[in-house]
Design a protein around this ligand. Structure first.
Ligand code: FES
Length: 316
């Protein structure tokens, strides 16, 4: 990026003041911000000052904006020199900004730059009649119509060196020019005609009802299917519930019976929890005496398949 300095003293006006109309406008911009935040209007005011000065910002205008906003001059100067939208030197009646960023460059911005150089000389140089000067800038956001230039506040797109020269000739002659694409396009539609959404019915208002009807039919179909599914699910759930209520009487399976003569029942009937018969059954099968007799005979009685030793019980 080039160093951005104020224009030489010989071209600087001695003073600047907004016109009455612009002063009112400036007051409205400042009033948009809360008390103490008037500095937020700095770009708006600098832009209006540049417009009033014929497309560039003299030092006096920068100082005037600083006073209006209660800002230090250096703060406003920083803004004016940082943003390339502010021109610090006089420009021609038609200020041509050529986009030189990649999309425009691959689409022929180099040839446009050569055409401008050949016609007007170096950048920043105002033509002898005071009508033109040009500058290469970064992307202007119209890449879909590359290559392009901005002249004052308007875009001219889809340019070739020939169409650019024709455009500049017309401007110089004071003829009306067409803003926007210069190759017959309306905006950024495909240059070779439509390649998708080519069905004319899409753009035929008279068939809108047909599409609407089809949507309604599809909606009704989906609704009916959902209802059918809900009914089937409800029927399945009811059948399952009925099965749980009536257990199947399957052949060969004895119905479950309540256990009889349990300790709880015996206690409820006022009897001992363990019957005499159960006690007998639970008595040890190998009493100690029997164990000793077995030992003497060389046969050790077993419990659960393992040799049992009454001494172990005593130890335990
Ligand atoms: S690259 Fe040129 S307009 Fe974006």
């Amino acid at each position: 990026m080039a160093v951005r300095r104020l224009a030489p003293a010989e071209v600087q006006p001695s003073s600047f003041a907004f016109t009455a109309e612009n002063a009112v406008w400036a007051g409205e911009q400042i009033a948009k911000y809360p008390e103490g935040r008037q500095a937020s209007a700095v770009i708006s005011l600098l832009w209006k000052a540049q417009e009033q000065c014929g497309g560039w910002l003299p030092e006096a205008a920068i100082r005037n904006v600083a006073e209006l906003l209660g800002m230090a001059y250096i703060r406003v100067l920083e803004v004016a020199t940082f943003y390339t939208m502010f021109n610090l030197e006089p420009v021609g009646k038609y200020f041509v900004q050529l986009c030189g960023t990649t999309p425009c460059m691959v689409r022929g911005a180099g040839a446009l730059r050569d055409a401008l150089q050949a016609r007007f000389g170096d950048q920043h140089h105002v033509s002898a009649d005071g009508n033109f000067c040009w500058l290469e800038v970064e992307c202007l956001g119209a890449c879909a119509n590359a290559p392009m230039v901005q002249i004052n506040n308007d875009y001219y797109e889809d340019l070739t060196p020939e169409s650019l020269n024709t455009l500049l000739d017309d401007l110089a002659a004071g003829k009306p020019v067409k803003i926007g694409p210069q190759n017959g396009r309306t905006s950024s539609e495909p240059a070779g005609g439509l390649t998708s959404l080519t069905d004319p019915a899409l753009y035929d208002g008279s068939v809108i009802g047909t599409w609407k009807k089809r949507f309604e039919e599809e909606e009704a179909k989906a609704k009916a299917a959902a209802e059918e599914k809900a009914k089937a699910e409800a029927a399945a759930a009811a059948a399952e519930a009925a099965e749980v209520k009536e257990p199947a009487k399957s052949a060969g399976t004895r119905p479950e019976q309540q256990a009889a003569d349990t300790p709880a029942e015996r206690v409820a009937e006022g009897k001992a929890p363990v019957s005499a018969e159960d006690k007998t059954k639970a008595a040890p099968t190998n009493p100690p005496e029997e164990h000793e007799r077995a030992k003497d005979k060389g046969a050790v009685p077993t419990v659960g398949g393992k040799p049992s030793d009454p001494d172990d019980k005593a130890k335990g």
